[in-house]
Design a protein around this ligand. Structure first.
Ligand code: SF4
Ligand code: SF4
Length: 69
């Protein structure tokens, strides 16, 4: 928790919540656990303290709800 991998990021995933179907594919693949999931098992916006911008979540999203910028 003390090691903030977000410092490594050169590209940033943007969560497009209107396109998200809450399919649950993105958060298990994040190597830094940077996609918070709430008590209703729905994903919330990125935790940029830990997101290192690898882009894996964007690749797996079938609905185009994660755009890399
Ligand atoms: S870009 Fe990589 S580190 Fe950031 S939330 Fe997506 S999978 Fe996790
Ligand atoms: S993979 Fe895409 S549609 Fe599925 S929960 Fe993640 S952002 Fe939403």
């Amino acid at each position: 928790m003390e090691f903030k991998t977000g410092d490594w990021r050169s590209v940033k995933p943007i969560f497009l919540s209107d396109k998200c179907k809450q399919c649950g594919l993105c958060f298990p693949v994040c190597p830094d656990d940077a996609i918070p999931v709430n008590k209703e098992q729905k994903r919330e916006d990125f935790n940029y303290d830990y997101c290192k911008g690898c882009g894996v979540c964007s690749k797996v999203c079938p609905f185009g709800a994660i755009e890399m910028k």
